[in-house]
Ligand binder design. Sequence first.
Ligand code: DOR
Ligand code: ZN
Length: 364
Amino acid sequence: MSVSALFDTVPREAAAVAPTLTIRRPDDWHVHLRDGAMLKAVFPFTAAQFRRGIIMPNLVPPVTSVDAARAYRERILQARPDGSDFTALMTCYLTDTTAPDEIEHGFKEGVWAAAKLYPAGATTNAHHGVTDILKLAPVLERMEKIGMPVLVHGEATDPAVDIFDREAVFMEQEMLPLLKRHQGLKVVVEHVTTAETVELVRAHAGRAAGTITPHHLIINRTSIFQGGLRPHLYCLPVAKRERHRIALREAVTSGDGNFFIGTDTAPHLRSAKQGECCSAGVFGGATALQTYVQVFEEEGALPHFEAFASENGARFYGLPLNEGTITLEKRPCRVAAVVAVGEEDVVVFRGGEELPWALGEVRG
Ligand code: DOR
Ligand code: ZN
């Protein structure tokens, strides 16, 4: 079955002439494309929506060298659907032993677009991450000097910290001191989930920015327990209280240029989600744009959608805006509930539900 058939299972005839919204082609500034069979299965959804993606490096083993990043980029390009012009922007997985020279070399060669800071053990495949951010100072100083952004998974790793407080504790104990120590460093606070982190980003506008996922705009922490435990809604950072979801919706729809798309689409096989210990990650990549545009419409903010989707991120990274457009159509759409991967499958966030917006034509 083609991806377009998976994307949209409501017959087109069902809608007469749908209202449309045409925007500059957007980018996904935080995407887990994985590798191998999973890459092949999920990549078409990202490539159909986004012109570029910041590719997360938490493979097994993680992408820590320029050579590994080049090889991974090649595998991604090989897996690109026919006709796709998707550009993979690679990131370096920071560890306790990352060398400033490797960082600079990869950035100057045009391999790295940024580096990803996972506090050790904070999330999926983060056990090789950074155990002490203070010790990363030489790397961060070099990045500051060459204008390379650091992308931060902002959660405390102390198991004694309540899981719903881990972002807040990290922001106080690690992020604020880091921003103070490295005043010229470009920092992306990835997958912002709290009202207080929104304010932190705003207070450091210009040198800090935030990505916000589609799922954190739709679900709150209660959703994870709605009628029973919903493993496919479990991710890290975990969704927070309703007041935070409301703050995230305000942040993205406000027209504030410090926020941009980062889907954090993080597919796991059903067996990993429904096993004894559920892996963290929501596969939101197949319904991402449809979800974001719905949120903007619900908040009466469609005029701000293009900047959030297609301009703010590129400006922060210092990259050119994309040429070409994508049209979104206001007509009922249903994305497949699951995507097959070999003998198994991955459950699609909002898959099988009727969504009010569908993807239309991509030009240029
Ligand atoms: O839920 C998550 N899944 N959060 C992350 O930070 C990593 C991701 C993954 O790679 O599965
Ligand atoms: Zn992620």
